[in-house]
Design a binder for this molecule. Sequence first.
Ligand SMILES: [Zn+2]
Length: 105
Amino acid sequence: MNVSNSTTSLAPPVAERTGTVLRDIPLPPYVTAEDAQFAVRAVVVHAPRRWSGGTVCRNDASPHPCRLHRWGTRVLALRGLRDADIAALIERGDPAAALPPRPPA
Ligand SMILES: [Zn+2]
């Protein structure tokens, strides 16, 4: 019973392979205060750094934004922060910065 697989080896993979290497870290279903605080630390510690040839992560030297930075940004966006709020946090560079109050839903 192996008839239906005869063309599989000739077909290109369905999913694109690019991007699977740096698969994103799954987001929490609900952003707790702890998640948000960890996200602040992630974006601050994994801040962009100018480097010859581009911008890299200050912490792990992978191309910016790295996985943790992306994760932190998305968690903070889920938490209700705007891009400008997140940029301000990164600029401040304080990994223990207090978050602005959660906006009303
Ligand atoms: Zn990083």
